[in-house]
Design a protein around this ligand. Structure first.
Ligand code: FES
Length: 110
């Protein structure tokens, strides 16, 4: 099974199983990693924001315009920011590393 790595806010590095076809958000939830994902992947929030390791960023499918619009609203936006619910695990992404941003804003709860 592929693996992926989450760098948590306190600097902890967690390597977890990453089943094919699951999104980074779903994988985080499966392992109790603190990414909110308030809209459960329907591109209506930015609380699943993650910062992708620069070495991995070019390997991801390009974000859709909807994702880019939503990302613009994320706190702490960086060059390699993506929405975790839009990154789907494939064989090619085995070893993917993402960092949790320092803070997120939940638009659903104002
Ligand atoms: S969970 Fe809301 S946009 Fe990803």
């Amino acid at each position: 099974m592929p693996k992926m790595i989450f760098l948590e806010r306190d600097g902890t590095r967690r390597e977890v199983d990453a089943p094919l076809g699951l999104s980074v958000l779903e994988i985080a939830h499966k392992h109790g990693i603190d990414i909110e994902g308030a809209c459960e992947g329907s591109l209506a929030c930015s609380t699943c924001h993650v910062i992708v390791d620069p070495a991995w960023f070019p390997k991801l499918a390009r974000p859709t315009e909807d994702e880019e619009d939503m990302l613009d609203l994320a706190f702490g936006l960086q060059q390699t920011s993506r929405l975790g619910c839009q990154i789907v695990m494939t064989e090619q992404l085995d070893g993917l590393e993402v960092k949790l941003p320092a803070a997120s804003r939940n638009l659903l709860n104002g």
